[in-house]
Design a binder for this molecule. Structure first.
Ligand code: NZQ
Ligand code: ZN
Length: 417
């Protein structure tokens, strides 16, 4: 802890420490706490009289959360059409169909109930419903993409989100990730039009998340926190400390939620951490690309694996091959401030940090290999090339601590096999 305060003090005497300029817009109204889900109807009613209620194929019916939301809509006099066919890693074809229904039925708002998949789908549906254009035209890197003219998305129908799983932060940010299964492309859409008007965060809705998805979600939150921390500007100490605090919370509360799935404190902290991790505040003034996300999205696009699990699988190799070489001092800082490693030498601290992370992955049950989730070795080369094509924006690399080539991505995939 003392070491980086000392570093800051030293460099402050010698040079100006920059904090990158930033504009931070967090327009989503957040309603957090026990029982807040019952306010869904009143909240939606302030924007529309008829909503498309977007949810996954089974969990919200089994857990009773769908009944609660429908009861609340009915009480507030909001009519709804139910679209309950969103698959994990939501697909463009499903979104186009839901968008057409919302348009034909004159829905004035898209209400998402579910995990990141339902919430991302709702944002995409809100875009399609307003514009009448297929979603693949908006997807970055897609073969049919028109994103240079269509992104950022400025307008969509109003969106309200009710997360049932702590992971993506989609509930209060302006991004969504969509899969075009036919072309095996998974990539983002985004823009100010996609900020939900409101997000209803009721931790009790996450009590039923099974152990595997709780762990996958925790790994996703942790990755949202470390990506910019590793690749971004190194003088945003407020953001760095915020990030480290949030990381410590993920470590602690993921374990607690797994041990006691209906512990309010654990679920509440995990859910709020997931929102804060990707709402913009943790990365403001620091920036930094998300190369591990680019790599994982390719894995999910080809094999439909869980996003968080894919991230956990490739993270150790990414740390060992890229961060340990480019910025070992950042890994060392994470090791000391998050995993409480007491080691003065940066390289040794960084390596101990990687070992501690793997230990946590094992404890929460998210430690795995690409082979373990059914990926064929002969597809690694193709997926490395696709990572660059879909995310590289015309270059032969993706941004990170340095520009990563397809060979470097392949090397990470191979080490994660
Ligand atoms: O599909 P249903 O039946 O709803 O069940 C889901 C699904 O099978 C289940 N589940 C959700 N809440 C539950 C529950 N089961 C029991 N009780 C509950 N309360 O969990 C499974 C996984 O759900 P999903 O929504 O797919 O998971 P997650 O929240 O991790 O979302 C993943 C998607 O979000 C994207 C990912 O790429 C992936 O497509 N991301 C979106 C981001 C964003 N918008 O900012 C950023 C992320 O980095 C990420 O890329
Ligand atoms: Zn993620």
């Amino acid at each position: 802890m003392g070491s980086y305060i000392l570093i800051l003090t030293n460099s402050n005497e010698e040079e100006d420490i920059p904090l990158l300029n930033f504009t931070l817009n967090m327009p989503t109204r957040i309603h957090f706490g026990k029982g807040e889900v019952d306010r869904a109807g009143d909240i939606v009613a302030t924007y529309a009289k008829k909503a498309l209620l977007v949810t996954g194929r089974s969990s919200t019916k089994k857990t009773g959360s769908l009944d609660k939301v429908i009861a609340s809509l009915n009480k507030a006099g909001v009519s709804h059409i139910l679209f309950d066919r969103i698959e994990p890693n939501p697909r463009a074809t499903t979104i186009d169909e839901a968008g057409r229904i919302a348009r034909e039925e004159n829905c004035g708002l898209i209400l998402a109930l579910g995990g990141g998949s339902a919430m991302d789908a709702a944002k995409a549906i809100a875009t399609v419903a307003l514009s009448g254009r297929p979603i693949h035209e908006y997807i970055r890197g897609s073969k049919a993409s028109k994103w240079k003219e269509l992104l950022p998305i400025k307008e969509a129908l109003p969106i309200v989100t009710i997360p049932t799983l702590a992971a993506t932060g989609s509930e209060a940010n302006s991004g969504a990730v969509i899969t075009n299964w036919e072309t095996k492309e998974k990539a983002g859409i985004g823009g100010p039009g996609l900020f939900p008007k409101a997000a209803i965060l009721d931790p009790e809705l996450t009590y039923t998340v099974p152990a595997n998805y709780t762990a996958d979600g925790a790994a996703d939150i942790f990755t949202h926190l470390y990506e910019g921390y590793m690749t971004g500007d190194e003088h945003a100490n407020v953001q760095d400390e915020l990030t480290e605090g949030l990381m410590r919370n993920v470590l602690i509360y993921a374990k607690k939620a797994l041990e006691y799935p209906e512990n309010y404190e654990a679920r509440a902290h995990l859910l709020w951490t997931s929102t804060l991790a990707l709402i913009g505040i943790a990365g403001a003034g620091r920036g930094g690309p998300f190369p591990v996300h680019a790599m994982e999205h390719t894995l999910s696009a080809h094999y439909d694996i869980s996003h968080g699990r894919g991230l956990a699988i490739i993270t150790p190799a990414y740390f060992e091959q890229i961060i340990l070489a480019d910025r070992p001092h950042r890994l060392a800082r994470l090791a000391r401030n998050v995993f409480r490693i007491t080691e003065d030498n940066d390289i040794r601290a960084a390596k101990a940090g990687i070992a501690a992370l793997i230990h946590w992955y094992k404890e929460i049950g998210v430690y795995d290999t690409l082979q373990g989730v059914g990926i064929k070795r002969e597809d690694l080369r193709l997926m490395a090339d696709e990572t660059i094509r879909v995310n590289g924006n015309g270059t032969n690399t993706i941004p990170g601590t340095h520009n990563l080539t397809a060979d470097e991505v392949l090397s990470i995939f191979e080490a994660s096999y």
